[in-house]
Design a protein around this ligand. Structure first.
Ligand code: UGA
Length: 432
């Protein structure tokens, strides 16, 4: 395994759990030292136990020395492929690692790409390796952050893309997942690469669809939560990814929609649906900012200068402390730019994490965000926000109003505590 991020480390620990002997290489010395000591710093449920078990059974090694992979049968690439400033996938790490591996691996070693890479990358791998004797297989990962172990051990499907000449190598990769009992779909590399982008972009479209639907519901006096509940009972639609919120984010959906749009453009395909989903996502963040402004000042164009606002949730979704491309951060930045003074709390983000945004402090106690606040704003759907002592919060705030942009709080309970709740997608509080 090359790369010990949430995908690489989870895959390594799960494969060790399934009985394989895994060596995981990462160039971060401190991370490798901690992993060797059985210390896992990523908050993935079940991962730490699997790492410790893998080490105890001598099936899982960590090293910074890539040459230790010289004799392995398969190399799985789980390297970062972040989005560059121009919206394109940055393949620097991926490409430089392949160049090194080309000089290290034994003949016949199977190269498996799990990282999400631009369409057509599989075809370029032999040149990047400087070797034509290594079978190349595309095996995209579909792991969700916060559910990665569960997703690895119980995948909905395993997609394996290889040219016909590498059929044996594809079978070797399929054997990695045999124990999971998941359906394995054998296909060509291009189809496997497109499947990954197609899945993430579809999720983005689904989430943006619901956010625009929320706007419509507010204007016509309907309740988006009830609408999506009814929609989700249709097997063809399914209930997941039907929750209105402040917009989708994280390290995957924004990057993958952008990459798919770029690939479509290069191929001469006008993928307006994906483009609109991205636009709707940016608009959603602006909508949340307007809703907060309305709640604090009573008008859509009131001034936020000097207004104290308490933020509950910074991560891009509950179950992770990941702030990469989090809509919450974009919204906090926008509110701070308009002169608000913000105090934020997230159960997975320590107070020591300075956001580096002028006018924004992070605290480690949710009750501190309420002090003298003109409004509280929920931006991540952490279930524990429901069980906060809302009566105590009502005593601490200056104005008892909660802008619940994940629709996680109980309106009746809040009303009893003395709060007015502004939700998303219900007629009670029209979109600003
Ligand atoms: C996503 C995919 O779900 C994984 O299958 C994929 O493997 C992964 O990207 C990847 O490419 O590596 P992840 O980024 O962990 O996983 O997060 P999701 O659970 O998909 O959530 C993405 C965003 O959508 C979050 O900001 C979340 O709050 C938002 N979302 C989710 C909504 O706005 N509405 C919903 O109904 C659901």
């Amino acid at each position: 395994m090359v790369g010990a991020g949430y995908v690489g480390l989870t895959s390594a620990a799960c494969l060790a759990h399934l009985g394989f002997r895994v060596t995981c290489v990462d160039n971060d010395v401190a991370k490798v030292d901690r992993l060797c000591a059985g210390e896992v710093t990523i908050a993935e449920p079940g991962l730490a136990d699997l790492v410790v078990a893998g080490r105890t059974r001598s099936r899982l090694d960590f090293t910074t020395d890539i040459t230790t992979l010289a004799g392995v049968d398969l190399v799985l690439l789980c390297l970062p492929t972040p989005m560059g400033p121009d919206g394109a996938c940055n393949l620097d790490v991926f490409e430089s690692t392949l160049a090194i591996l080309g000089g290290v691996l034994r003949p016949g070693c199977v190269i498996v790409t799990k990282s999400t890479v631009p369409l057509g990358t599989a075809g370029r791998v032999p040149r990047l390796l400087g070797r034509a004797d290594l079978p190349v297989v595309s095996n995209p990962e579909f792991l969700r952050e916060g559910h990665a172990v569960e997703d690895f051990l119980h995948p909905d499907r395993v997609v394996i893309g290889a040219d016909a000449a590498y059929r044996d190598a594809a079978e070797e990769v399929a054997a990695l997942y045999a124990e999971t009992g998941a359906p394995v779909l054998h296909t060509d590399p291009a189809t496997a690469e497109v499947t990954k982008y197609a899945s993430n972009a579809f999720l983005a479209i689904k989430a943006s669809y619901v956010n625009v639907l929320a706007e419509l519901c507010e204007r016509v006096g309907a309740d988006v939560t009830e609408v999506t509940h009814a929609m989700g009972l249709d097997d063809r639609i399914a209930p997941d990814f039907l929750t209105a919120g402040p917009g989708w984010g994280g390290s995957c959906l924004p990057k993958d929609t952008s990459a798919l749009l770029r690939a479509a453009e290069e191929a001469g395909v006008d993928f307006a649906l994906v483009r609109d989903a991205v636009k709707a996502n940016a608009r959603q963040q602006a909508t949340v900012v307007r809703k907060v402004r309305c709640a604090v000042t009573g008008s859509a164009d009131g001034s936020l200068v000097g207004a104290r606002i308490g933020i509950l949730g910074l991560a891009f979704k509950a179950g992770t402390g990941d702030l990469r491309d989090s809509p919450a951060i974009a919204i906090v930045e926008a509110l701070a730019r308009q002169g608000a003074i913000l105090t934020a709390y997230d159960p997975a983000v320590g107070a020591a994490v300075g956001l580096g945004i002028h006018g924004v402090g992070v605290v480690s106690d949710p009750y501190l965000v309420a002090e003298d606040a003109a409004a509280l704003v929920v931006l991540t759907e952490w279930p524990e926000f429901r069980t906060l002592d809302w009566t105590a919060l009502a005593r601490a705030v200056r104005h008892p109003v909660v802008v619940d942009m994940r629709n996680v709080l109980d309106a009746a309970e809040l009303a009893t505590a003395g709060f007015r709740r502004v939700g998303l997608g219900t007629s009670a509080e029209p979109m600003a």
